[in-house]
Design a protein around this ligand. Sequence first.
Ligand SMILES: [Zn+2]
Length: 340
Amino acid sequence: MPVTIYPWHEALWHDLLRRRQALPHALLFRGRPGIGKFDFVRKFAQSVACLTPATSGAACGVCESCRWFEAGNHPDYRELQPAAARALEAEEGAQTERKPSQQITIDEVRQLQGFIYLTAHRSRGKTIVLYPAEALNFNAANALLKNLEEPPADVRFMLVSHRPSLLPATVLSRCQQVALPTPSAEAGARWLRERGIENAEILLAQCANAPLAALELNDEGYLNERNTMLTALSDQKPDALSLAEQAARWPVPRVLGWLQRWSFDLLYLKSAGAIRYNPDFKTALARIAERLHALDIAQFHRMLVREQRHAQHPLNARLYMESLLFAYLALLRGERPMPI
Ligand SMILES: [Zn+2]
């Protein structure tokens, strides 16, 4: 069976397969988190290396090269990911003593050099995938740049990125960019419903239409917890203390995500008259947005974005939730929220 691809990527998939004989030596695949970019690129790399591809160009799934791919040990293929992502994939994060790195380091790029300058085992050439490419730290990006500038003829790089703007311009300028699309809300919801997911529309809206991200949210508690949180936020005078007590039991990034999407919707209502993430709370959002100033909401939203980046493990979850919710109360009172 040739490999298959998510329906929202099919058109691009066929287009790229047609061009597989004449690929540039560096491609950058970009798109929203949770749409299946890494899966797409792995299958594309497998197809390029396949010895007996289907007429479409898709990997056959049975030749020696495909078997190597599926066993994760193709001699002409390497993936570079931050240690933290590898640990997560191998589900060994909890057992490692040192916190695994979130970055791709210069040592890891240097370790590739032997592979890059070695002769390929097969005539299809060698492929190196970097995911996510923005995890390259400054020195690692510089080291990679040398390879991108003078690559041996049989090496191709496939960078995968959620946010290419975080990559150095020097790296970007060496790559041909490929934008991976997000499906429409209808197509995404259909795909989720085919997998037996209830509340497909709401889950999808939470993830800016990224279906795989929505699939991950589909656990028992998620929607119940979210509804509890958003119902409390909809209140004229939310009870911050009791909500903080509950919220302290939920994962911090998740709560920050709800608040962030809530404030985004408030801002979006003010500026564009529309809602992106929480259409089921439209009435409450509209009532609140009407009373607030866009600048105050923007400041609250920026504070949440900052917190999402840094405050993953507060010492005291309950106090932390209280400070977040007090900042929200201040916003509702029309005060400019203070940094927490
Ligand atoms: Zn094959």
